[in-house]
Design a protein around this ligand. Structure first.
Ligand code: ADP
Ligand code: ZN
Length: 312
């Protein structure tokens, strides 16, 4: 079946809130080249990315597809006239920008666009700790809380991409801190993302002691979200990464315990019962993000090949 030809080379761009990473990689996920640019105004940043891609496409003829994994919100519905546009965002100058048009123009290869977390999830499915799984979740807790929930091999998607990091959850009894999400206050992101931790503690997250009670509050919030993910999609594994989790590995046992307490034996599965494998770090580590757009490029190439086979 039409798996990406092993010798194809794929180009990807991870558009992040603070930096953008351009990646050239093989279909096996081996990175051949990587370049970063700061995320500034789009009229500055997009031409810089474009120039890097132009150099790569000019230097070699074997780049078979281009993928973009973007911060959200971004319109991912192909039927929408706004497909490929950034939605309303506090990032200065980016609201309404057509990133698909800006980045794909001039490159005559299959093009794929999705969110950064969906890209990272598909990278983990192709090359990382979700290899062989069709149903799993990739969760990142960093500047925000993002979830790539993959069901039947595809990130869930309706009229737009999911925003599971903004789900509302039960609070720890007695905790009435209002949370930091400008839209919802105490949604998961408003309780557990880096800025929430900084706001609640009044200090840089890296300076908070590992045994500070705040980590219980953070872990509890994340575990409540995982409870809902488990009951929604019965993922076979949940990968947990991002700046907060990576720097605070003591959150893993807290989250596993709180998830088990919350589910209270209501569901069980061989996967769920092995909690250290079930809630686990991403296999690609910090490369899950940069390989995200490459995985999107690989997936679009697979679909293009399947389509060509079907019409042959
Ligand atoms: P992004 O979400 O922008 O891709 P990261 O995943 O690297 O970036 O996460 C950045 C967040 O991680 C910041 O909000 C910061 O508060 C938080 N962070 C950085 N260092 C630590 C630390 N030592 N402990 C907890 N949180 C941290
Ligand atoms: Zn929110």
């Amino acid at each position: 079946m039409g798996k990406v030809m092993a010798n194809s080379v794929l180009a990807g761009v991870e558009l992040g809130g603070t930096k953008c990473v351009c990646v050239l990689a093989t279909a096996d996920g081996e990175i051949l080249a990587q370049e970063r640019v700061e995320t500034a105004a789009p009229r500055v940043t997009l031409p810089q990315i474009k120039a890097i891609l132009r150099n790569w496409f000019d230097a070699r003829r074997d780049i078979a597809a281009l993928g973009i994994a973007s911060f959200g919100p971004v319109e991912v519905d192909q039927a929408s006239s706004n497909w490929g546009h950034i939605g309303q965002t506090p990032k200065a100058g980016w609201s309404g920008i057509d990133i698909a048009q800006a980045l794909r123009e001039g490159f005559d290869v299959p093009f794929a666009l999705d969110t950064d977390v969906n890209g990272a999830a598909l990278a983990e499915m192709r090359w990382g700790a979700a290899a062989g799984l069709d149903d799993f979740a990739y969760v990142t807790v960093g500047t925000g809380v993002g979830v790539g929930l993959v069901v039947g091999g595809q990130p869930i998607c309706g009229f737009g991409h999911a925003e599971l990091g903004h789900m509302r959850i039960p609070r720890v009894q007695g905790d009435s801190w209002p949370g930091s999400c400008p839209y919802h206050g105490d949604c998961v992101e408003g309780l557990a993302a880096g800025p929430a931790i900084v706001k609640r503690s009044g200090m840089r997250a890296g300076l908070i002691a590992q045994n500070d009670p705040i980590w219980h509050l953070v872990g509890h919030a994340i575990a409540q979200m995982l409870h809902n993910l488990v009951l929604t999609a019965t993922p076979r594994r949940i990968l947990l990464g991002g700046g907060v989790i990576t720097a605070q590995p003591q959150l893993f046992p807290i989250i596993r315990r709180e998830l088990e307490t919350s589910l209270n034996g209501y569901v069980s599965s061989p996967e769920l019962d092995k909690s250290e494998d079930y809630v686990a770090p991403p296999g690609l580590g910090a490369l899950a993000g940069p390989l995200g757009p490459v995985a999107l490029a690989a997936a679009i190439l697979d679909r293009t090949a399947l389509h060509a086979e079907a019409n042959a």
